[in-house]
Design a protein around this ligand. Sequence first.
Ligand code: NAD
Length: 489
Amino acid sequence: MSVQVTTQNAIDMNPDLLIGGQWRAGSRQSRIPVVDPATEAQVGSVSDADVADALAAVDAADVASAAWEATPARERCEILRKCFELIVRDAEALAHIISLENGKALKDARGEVAYAAEFFRWFSEEGVRAKGDLGMAPSGKNHILVQYQPIGISLLVTPWNFPAAMATRKIAPALAAGCTCILKPATATPLTAYAVARILAEAGVPDGVVNVITTSTTGPVVSAILKDPRVRKLSFTGSTEVGRTLLREAAGQVINSSMELGGNAPFLVFEDADLDQAIEGAMVAKMRNGGEACTAANRFLVHRDVAEAFTERLVAAMSALTVGPGVEEATDCGALINPDAVLKVQELVDEAKSVGARVRCGGEAAQRTGFYYPPTVLDQMPVTAKMFHEEIFGPVAPVYVFDTEEEAIQLANDTEYGLVAYLYTQDTGRGLRISAKLEAGMVALNRGLVSDPAAPFGGVKQSGLGREGAQHGMLEFMEMKYIATSWGQ
Ligand code: NAD
């Protein structure tokens, strides 16, 4: 079976592993089914790698490494630019495959593909700007020369919620820096990753520079790669829980680690906010990907004076959304990734109700085929509700009320996470003052979206380590070398 959406590129629905430029079956000879969350039907399958396959991928990345590092930056970056162009060419096919295996609405999937492609354009421009530093030692006796070099073989582990963008946000800077890599996409959404890899090969990325493996035994396979002394970088996007486990494993070989982990974003609406703007932003911050985003607004903190007006409008906007299969044009909110996700959201909503929350719309899982949960708004939320502290990862908007600026900041920061915070006020000075006090790696001031390949994306506290995008994203794949030298006065 193949999805033929554009004439240029048919997507392989049953790909094998990609190791050293070869498509090959995993040693286990078994396959992992890929399920469409909208229909619960199997739509494809991928090969199931074991530890031997994982180590073969490290071998391939190692073999390709010296030549890729030695390839002039301009040449590497022209290949990256070509990757951008080909992803744009195949955008429609990629968007369909994302909708099919992830469940998200096509409009979200199209947005994701455009975002995913941009990482290649951005890093094709950054890759030729690798620079160093030159200074003089205070003693005046020698120069201090600082050079950036590729860090080495990189293991990239990605989640299912942005199957294309989370991969390209890592692959593009790794390649721009001169590294080779092994991508381990989420088992639920592997078809997009293989489709992207096929496009990269067509763009001229040499064999072995990008290897892709999928596995049903993630723990042992990832561990084996991290134990291989040739692997020098781990770049992970996923849950904080798995991030902690991988940090412990990476400690074994002291592997440089970048972590993009979970979030619990506050969305602050002050009494002087433009409510039309705030609702528009709220719908983006909450409903991009049906709420399955690390950046999803998880706690609406609204000043008492505007709480009812804001909630009423939010209920109207959420109730107007069309829920359905992601691949249908009319759909605003697709299915969640699997039945466990629906169960988790339902449990969080039921628990909130049991401690006093009121359901303003939605609030009950749909009785239909597919893993659906309806857009839901809860108000009268007590901060003791479990969802105040946990990622909801679904289309549920809980509204909490505050009275003072200090209380708003205290509530916003009352979480172990610190990825992003949203803030609405028409007083820019106040907005900037509060932004400085919010414990988050990113603040959206009168905006519902922060993601931008040209900006440093990442969290503080238990939301992560390091940044992706901007100049910083490439430095995550580079090692600094200091050379002490004297060449006379
Ligand atoms: P997850 O942590 O379950 O899985 C992420 C990846 O890790 C997958 O490839 C998975 O197969 C792998 N994995 C799982 N267990 C592993 C183990 N024991 N050893 C090695 N690898 C393992 O996360 P998910 O459910 O796929 O994604 C949702 C999570 O990702 C949410 O918490 C979300 O906030 C987070 N996320 C963060 C960002 C960010 O940029 N900060 C972006 C997207 C998603």
